[in-house]
Design a protein around this ligand. Sequence first.
Ligand code: PRT
Length: 118
Amino acid sequence: MSPTAEYADILARLADTLESRLPSHGGDPRSSYSAGLLARGPDAFLKKIGEEATELVMAAKDGVPERIVSEAADLWFHTLVALTHYNLRPEDVLRELARREGVSGLAEKAARGGGGTP
Ligand SMILES: N=c1c2ncn([C@@H]3O[C@H](COP(=O)(O)OP(=O)(O)OP(=O)(O)O)[C@@H](O)[C@H]3O)c2ncn1[C@@H]1O[C@H](COP(=O)(O)O)[C@@H](O)[C@H]1O
């Protein structure tokens, strides 16, 4: 099995798990890290997204592949927690990326009247 096929549904499965951690689904902060974040609300998980994004930037600047992957995974995970709170799914983001596929970022920016470097 190719790595892509092996991991194809990990985001959906993780989203299912996170939904089960919502307060409305009985998520228990005593036994679940994500239930704790979801119970504390946006201030808690949005702060984590900011921290993880910064940690990813620092890892990338250091250029250590294992740390870049680890910090990117932390950022994706906390982003999924946020999506869950707002009743959104990773499939919604994947659909948006699919919609953009093949559309140059430069062309899209020009269509919006933007210019300059990325
Ligand atoms: N993928 C993850 C995942 N990635 C990162 N993390 C946690 O995210 C936190 C990252 O925060 P930091 O790196 O800042 O470490 P920290 O200082 O300990 O964190 P804080 O105390 O600052 O929150 C750590 O506690 C990690 O364990 C994750 N926690 C859970 N999952 C997945 O979510 C599922 C459900 O987890 P629970 O909700 O805990 O049952 C798990 O089975 C996993 O599949």
